[in-house]
Design a protein around this ligand. Structure first.
Ligand code: NAD
Ligand code: UFG
Length: 340
C-alpha cells in the first residue's frame, strides 16, 4: 500500500516525506510513497536531497491535481491507502491579484482530488489548512472558535474545510484531519532541504535569512506600534520538522477520527518580529539591517495557538525551540544561498 503526497516536493511536503521514511526505518518496515506535484513552486532537485537524507527512493509523478484523468491514472496505477494533500498556491498577496487562479487551483483542484478518491474508495485524508481561517479571533486560538477569512487565499482554505466537513457528514467512511498550521519555519537539520521561495519572499523568516546571507539589503519591519511586547507583530513559529511529525501522527491516528476534525499545529508560544531578528543575528553572527515601516494591510498584532487538541487526539506536541528553528534555517540558507 502507498501513501499519496500531493505537493510533496514543496517545503512542508518534502519534510513530511522524510519523516514518514524515518518512521518506517525506525519500525524496520518499508513505506511506499507516491509524490504528485506539478513543480509550479518546487524542483525535482528536492527528490535527490530526500534520497540523500533517507537512502530511499520515492515515486514521483509530475501532474496537476486539477487534471482529473491524470489523478485517476495515479490511483489506478498505485495502491493508494491514504492521501496527504499539500498541493496548492499559498501567497496571500498574490491571491488578491489572481483570485481565480487561487480558487481554481486550491478549491477546484481539491474537489477533483476528492472526487477521484471517492471513486477509488480511498477515504483517508490529511489536509493542509491554515491558522488564517481564524480571522481576527483573539489568541490563543482554539478549534471551536468561529472561522472567517479576509483574503482569497484564506477563503480557499475555509471553503475546502467546509467541503471536507460536508463530505464527511455525507459518508461516515471518511476520516479527515484538517490541520491548521501556524507559522512553519526552519529546515531539516542536514541542511539539505528547506524553504526555497520564488522571487522576493513574502514571509518573515525567508526574508530575514536572505538579508543575513547578503541576497537582500534590508528587512522592512511592518509596524512597531502594536500592543505587543515590543510593538512588533507576534506569531506562533513552529519548526517544519515538528509540523511534518504532526502529519505522521495524524496519519497514524486517522482511525480514531470519525468524520472531519480541525486540529491546530502550533507551539502555543508567541514571538515578535524583533525577537526573531535579534535571535537570527545572534545565531548567524550576521548583521540584519532593518527599517520600521507602516503596518502591512490585513496583519494582526498577535496570533498563537492553543495546541491542546493535537496533544489529546494525536499524541503530538512541538518539541523544537526557537533557537533550533533559527539555527536550522540558517544552516539551510548559508549552505544553499541560492536555494536548490
Ligand atoms: P510549497 O509551495 O512549498 O508546496 C506546495 C507544492 O504544491 C509545491 O511543490 C507546488 O509545486 C505544488 N502544487 C501547487 N499547485 C499544484 C497543483 N495544482 N498540482 C500539483 N502540485 C501543485 O508550500 P508549503 O509551504 O509546503 O505549503 C504546503 C501547504 O500548506 C499549502 O497548501 C499551503 O497553503 C499550506 N500552508 C502553508 C503555510 C506556510 O506558511 N508555509 C501555512 C499554512 C498552510
Ligand atoms: N513581517 C515583517 N516583515 C516582512 C514579513 C513579515 O515585519 O518582510 C512581519 C509580519 O508583519 C508579521 C510577521 O512578520 O507580524 C509574520 O509575517 P509572515 O508574512 O511571515 O506570516 P503571517 O503570519 O502574516 O502569515 C503566515 C502565512 C499565511 C498563513 C498565516 C497563518 O504566510 O499563509 O501565517 O497564521 F495564513
Amino acid at each position: 500500500m502507498s501513501l499519496l503526497i500531493t505537493g510533496g516536493t514543496g517545503y512542508i511536503g518534502s519534510h513530511t516525506v522524510v519523516e514518514l521514511q524515518a518512521l518506517a526505518s525506525k519500525q524496520g518496515t518499508e513505506q511506499d510513497i507516491v509524490i504528485v506535484d506539478d513543480l509550479s513552486n518546487s524542483s525535482t532537485k528536492v527528490l535527490d536531497r530526500i534520497k540523500q537524507i533517507t537512502h530511499k527512493t520515492v515515486t514521483f509523478i509530475k501532474a496537476d491535481i486539477c487534471d482529473y484523468d491524470a489523478m485517476k491514472a495515479v490511483f489506478e496505477q498505485h495502491d493508494i491507502e491514504a492521501v496527504i494533500h499539500f498541493a496548492g498556491h499559498k501567497a496571500v498577496g498574490e491571491s488578491n491579484e489572481k483570485p481565480l487562479s487561487y480558487y481554481y487551483n486550491n478549491v477546484s483542484g481539491t474537489v477533483i482530488l476528492l472526487r477521484v478518491m471517492a471513486e477509488q474508495n480511498v477515504k483517508k485524508l490529511v489536509f493542509s489548512s491554515s491558522a488564517t481561517v481564524y480571522g481576527d479571533n483573539v489568541s490563543p486560538l482554539n478549534e471551536t472558535m468561529p472561522t472567517s477569512a479576509t483574503n482569497p487565499y484564506g477563503q480557499t482554505k475555509l471553503m475546502v474545510e467546509h467541503i471536507l466537513f460536508d463530505l464527511a457528514k455525507s459518508d461516515s467512511d471518511w476520516s479527515i484531519a484538517c490541520l491548521r498550521y501556524f507559522n512553519p519555519i526552519g529546515a531539516h537539520n542536514s541542511g539539505l532541504i528547506g524553504e526555497n521561495p520564488n522571487g522576493i519572499p513574502n514571509n518573515l523568516l525567508p526574508y530575514v535569512a536572505q538579508v543575513a546571507v547578503g541576497r537582500l539589503a534590508q528587512l522592512q519591519v511592518f509596524g512597531d506600534d502594536y500592543d505587543t511586547v515590543d510593538g512588533t507583530g507576534v506569531r506562533d513559529y513552529i519548526h517544519v520538522v515538528d509540523l511534518a511529525q504532526g502529519h505522521v501522527k495524524a496519519l497514524q491516528n486517522l482511525d480514531k477520527i470519525s468524520g472531519c476534525k480541525a486540529i491546530n499545529l502550533g507551539t502555543g508560544n508567541g514571538t515578535s518580529v524583533l525577537e526573531i531578528v535579534n535571535t537570527f543575528k545572534e545565531i548567524s553572527g550576521q548583521d540584519i539591517p532593518y527599517k520600521i515601516v507602516p503596518r502591512r494591510a490585513g496583519d494582526l498584532a498577535t496570533v498563537y495557538a492553543n495546541a491542546d487538541l493535537a496533544n489529546e487526539l494525536l499524541d503530538w506536541q512541538a518539541t523544537r525551540n526557537l533557537h533550533t528553528m533559527i539555527e536550522d534555517t540558517w544552516r539551510w540558507q548559508s549552505e544553499n544561498p541560492q536555494g536548490f
